[in-house]
Write a protein that binds this ligand. Structure first.
Ligand SMILES: O=C(O)CCC(=O)C(=O)O
Ligand SMILES: [Fe+2]
Length: 354
């Protein structure tokens, strides 16, 4: 039977209504568009982004992912992330727990460090499979540069709205720092014997600052907005990326910017018969940057900290430590019990922690 292509995203599942931000207008610093971005960043922490530039490198990242996942498992395992909480490299499907019972995940992905891409052909952190190497110059480096430009611009705009001195947040993400920033392509298998409660990528808040995420038409990403108990799908829209705030910006901003919980479940309804792919760039602060509210640099942040409910505290760990702790404690190989999973938590369990 010919492949008639995936079914469209169904119109009878709950979806989260995200605002569409026009990157072209943000780049020109249009006030009304910046206000829309601010509203999204301070309420849901998620938005669609359009007009973010050429699609070639993003298409190339989907292709690189397919080429990589088609390698024999034995070959991919030569490039595994390891057990110490380092992210770069290959993550096999069942590596992580999705919950405190130790239920395994079911997505595989390849992570490529920003610094390894920028320094290519020098190696900063590690080496990668031949399928990554073959696309380093024509796909990965352009994708990393495009993503850095987009995320950098959005972070600059949020910096100014937070009342921080110009370039404060940019300085925490400088490209010459070692960081957890990375490009990623994710594959979820098709036909998951779907039950609605099956989770492929466990609920999490993002570890870093800002995420630039691409889907095609297959859904599966779900978000739980602050104050809600309900998971809702994000409907993929062609040529619209999805951006979301991560823990680091939540903490730097004293809780003003929202880092929302999200997860991946099998694609809804007839779409579940298809593989699901996503392409991601995670911008994360330099490893040595301390995660704490920037109260001394912004009156708005100082006020947010002063008026927050009691019980919050400054995190005080570095971005590198934060990130390694979260990664390491999700790995099933490190699991001792429920407490291991609980130790992988981000800002979700206490939104007033910063
Ligand atoms: O695949 C997706 O839609 C979400 C991926 C994600 O949440 C992540 O990489 O942090
Ligand atoms: Fe995420």
């Amino acid at each position: 039977m010919p492949d008639v292509g995936p079914a469209p995203f169904p119109d009878d599942v709950p979806i989260v209504p995200l605002v569409v931000i026009d990157y072209g207008l943000i780049k020109r610093r249009e006030i009304s568009e910046i206000d829309k971005l601010w509203e999204a960043a301070t309420h849901s922490g998620f938005w669609y982004l359009k007009n973010y530039g050429p699609e070639e490198a993003i298409d190339g990242m989907f292709a690189m992912g397919e080429e990589t996942m088609d390698l024999p498992l034995e070959e991919k395992m030569k490039f595994t992330q390891g057990t110490e909480g380092r992210s770069f490299g290959y993550k096999f499907a069942e590596a992580n727990a999705v919950d405190e019972h130790g239920t395994p995940e079911n997505v595989e992905y390849i992570n490529i460090s920003r610094e390894d891409a920028l320094a290519w052909p020098d190696v900063v952190h590690r080496t990668y499979p031949e399928t990554v190497v073959a696309r380093m110059e024509n796909t990965i480096i352009p994708f990393v540069r495009q993503s850095m430009e987009v995320n950098g611009t959005l972070i600059d705009v949020l910096n100014d709205k937070l009342g921080l001195p110009e370039g404060t947040l940019a300085g925490k993400h400088a490209p010459d720092m070692h960081s957890g920033s990375e490009a990623r392509t994710i594959k979820s298998p098709k036909n998951q014997n779907v039950s609605d409660s099956k989770v492929l990528l466990g609920a999490h808040t993002d570890f870093g600052s800002l995420t630039f995420l691409h889907h095609r038409i297959i859904g599966g990403l779900q978000v739980m907005l602050p104050g809600s108990e309900e998971w809702k799908y994000v409907k993929p829209i062609p040529r619209h990326a999805i951006c979301n705030i991560g823990d680091a910006l939540h903490i730097f901003s004293g809780g003003i910017l929202i880092s929302s919980l999200h997860r991946v479940v099998p694609p809804p309804k007839a779409q579940a018969a298809h593989e699901r792919w996503s392409v991601v760039f995670h911008s994360r602060p330099g490893d040595h940057v301390v995660l704490e509210a920037l109260s001394e640099k912004s009156e708005a942040i100082a006020k947010a900290v002063a008026t927050a409910p009691p019980g919050q505290s400054s995190i005080g760990s570095t971005a590198g430590e934060w990130y390694a702790r979260r990664m390491k404690n999700r790995l099933l190989v490190n699991r001792k019990g429920r407490e291991t999973y609980l130790a992988s938590a981000g800002t979700e369990h206490n939104t007033s922690v910063y």
